[in-house]
Write a protein that binds this ligand. Structure first.
Ligand SMILES: Nc1ncnc2c1ncn2[C@@H]1O[C@H](COP(=O)(O)OP(=O)(O)OP(=O)(O)O)[C@@H](O)[C@H]1O
Length: 581
């Protein structure tokens, strides 16, 4: 059971309440209580009105006496018009203050949702690399959209429930002053209603949870499928996924049906339960306690009011339950991401003036040994080609160099300083990285290169594109550098995408350039052009290059070739060196 599941129910409600500034909560509570009290005064004044209108029996009622003596104390007459004004004034004040409270609630709900989303995005962005590898992307999308929205609705439900409960309490107090029997009856009828309809609340909660889980699974699957839709379409193998979605959709349909039924039934059954209890109450009041008709009518009004607000409070609780699974899901993702937050790195700022080194580094994924006591040094300005069979661990070696993975043993050093003493964010900021599976954003070529960082101009992007051998084709696109690349860059060819990714890695003038099979999709001439440009950067600007590639173009120009195989890292002589030997 996760922490979030343990905290479900009222623990989570408490978390939502405490997510709102205490002052705001207090203000909302105050406005709601004040509105309830104003209405309560209005309703309570009905009994003395009946008394003043001539119902002598009502005159002897404690509530009538209390209100009329307050009028005496402040020197006001027992005038029916005045009492009508008090009733109307109470109801109008309630309406006005409720409007104010609703404005506050609206603002707070918007803030709750926005804060939840901010917290979620912040936690996800700060998580370590290994966290993302284990999560379906759809999990984040569902949490960010529908589930965060539900959290806001749950807060709204809580304020409504608080409002109804406050009103119920006020009515109950008035009822207690009017008659202890009435108060007892109100408590009894409310209890009958709460207990008899509780099953519907539990049903709402369970169905909402099932629905949230299924929705998450559906969105995760759909996102995965859409990301990899092309080969499925090309091989006409998408039918299996249709069947999977149908399963999820069927389950969602079933839980929605049950949830709507539970909600509507709760609403529908409250009225007959109340009516039945009221009829029994009226019978006892008239026949057993021989209460006067006028008093019984007012008491009936008070009882109806009290029990119906209890009913509304119960409906709001049902709403909270229906939305609770939403915010517990948001917290689950946020908490999971927070638990995997990248630990604070060191303070040293590397300049890569001397180079970097692996010092007796070992690393494994479970049983799979990737590096075994690897030691090597790369001097600043060197071009290194890294080769090795598929799955040997070349990408993982780069992850270790960038602090995306931590060695089980040994130390990675930059300029002689261990990586854990270095500010890794500043270290990574000096790196240009072109991954094997590159993805362009659905945005312009310019935005894909600058990643939206305002410090880069069109000239910077053009300069980087020229270095990446991409300027000619970009200049010929319909909107030049402002052409939209399409979903994941699908409007460009594989080789064009690679060159834009190289430009993205060069635009911030890095000190270290990491190319992971970055030119694999290019024709030999274009690849040679990029290799020449990168070599020039290494010679003129001291750029250090680590190129994972089997292509001769890189192996031939490399100062050194490292080969990784079965966990062992060895230095190889390339053609030129072999000839010299
Ligand atoms: N996050 C991970 N968790 C568990 N195993 C992983 C993870 N990432 C990679 N691996 C495994 O580690 C091994 C090395 O993967 P890596 O991507 O580093 O190899 P590579 O040499 O770059 O391969 P290729 O040349 O095919 O790109 C593979 O067997 C892979 O299955």
């Amino acid at each position: 059971m996760t922490d979030t599941q343990k905290r479900s129910g009222f623990g989570l409600i408490w978390r939502i309440i405490t997510a709102v500034p205490p002052g705001r909560n207090a203000l909302v509570a105050l406005a709601i209580t004040f509105a309830g009290a104003a209405e309560g005064i209005g309703i309570a004044t009905v009994l003395p009105l009946v008394a003043v209108l001539g119902d002598n029996a009502s005159k002897s009622n404690a509530l009538s006496k209390a209100i009329l003596s307050v009028l005496d104390a402040i020197g006001l007459p027992h005038d029916p018009i005045l009492l009508l004004c008090i009733i109307g004034g109470g109801l109008l004040t309630k309406a006005a203050v409720t409007l104010l409270a609703l404005r506050l609630v609206g603002r707070t709900v918007a803030e709750v949702v926005a804060n939840l989303r901010l917290e979620l995005i912040d936690a996800v962005m700060r998580a370590r690399w290994s966290f993302y590898v284990r999560q379906p992307v759809g999990r984040f999308s569902t949490a960010l959209s529908g589930e965060a929205q539900k959290a806001g609705e749950a807060y709204n439900g809580m304020t409504q429930m608080f409002s109804q409960s406050t009103q119920a309490l006020i009515y109950l107090m008035i009822a207690a002053v009017a008659s202890w029997r009435l108060a007892l009856l109100a408590v009894l009828v409310s209890a009958i209603m709460i207990v008899s309809l509780n099953r519907l609340l539990v049903a709402s909660k369970n169905n909402a949870r099932a629905q949230t889980g299924r929705m998450r699974s559906l969105v995760s699957r759909l996102t995965d499928v859409l990301v990899g839709i092309k080969p499925m379409k090309a091989m006409a193998r998408q039918a299996r996924f249709n069947a999977l979605f149908t399963e999820d959709l069927k389950a969602i349909k079933k839980s929605i049906r049950r949830q709507v039924f539970a909600k509507n039934t709760n609403k529908a059954l409250q009225e007959p339960i109340l009516a039945l209890c009221l009829l029994i109450g009226i019978y006892f009041a008239l026949k057993v306690f021989a209460m006067p008709v006028g008093e019984v009518i007012v008491m009936g009004l008070l009882l109806t009011k009290t029990v119906s607000v209890v009913g509304k409070a119960q409906q709001e609780l049902q709403n909270i339950y229906a939305n609770e699974s939403g915010f517990s899901a948001v917290y689950e993702v946020t908490d999971a991401a927070r638990a995997e937050r990248e630990t604070a790195s060191g303070k040293a700022v590397p300049t890569l003036e001397r180079g970097f080194a692996f010092d007796d580094v070992s690393f494994a994924f479970g049983e799979r040994q990737i590096l075994r006591h690897a030691s090597f040094t790369v001097n600043a300005g060197e071009i290194i080609a890294l080769t090795g069979p598929s799955g040997a661990g070349k990408t993982t070696l780069v992850d270790l160099l960038l602090g995306l993975q931590e060695p089980a043993e040994g130390t990675v050093r930059v300029d002689g300083v261990p990586l854990h003493e270095i500010d890794v964010l500043k270290w990574r900021a000096q790196t240009g990285y072109v991954p094997q599976e590159l993805i362009l954003f659905h945005d312009s070529v310019f935005a894909n290169i600058t990643l939206g960082q305002p410090e880069f101009s069109h000239e910077d992007a053009e300069h980087a594109l020229r270095r990446a051998g991409a300027w000619d084709f970009v200049a010929n696109l319909s909107d030049g550098i402002d052409t939209i690349a399409g979903e994941r860059g699908a409007l460009l060819s594989g080789g064009q995408r690679q060159r834009i990714a190289v430009a993205r890695a060069l635009v911030h003038r890095p000190k270290l350039l990491i190319l992971d099979e970055a030119t694999s999709a290019l024709d030999p001439q274009t690849e040679q052009l990029i290799v020449r440009n990168v070599c020039q950067l290494a010679r003129e600007k001291g750029l250090t290059v680590l190129a994972i590639s089997h292509h001769p173009a890189w192996v031939e120009v490399a100062d050194r070739v490292l080969r990784l195989e079965d966990g062992d890292l060895v230095e190889q002589l390339h053609e030129g060196q072999r000839a010299a030997v």
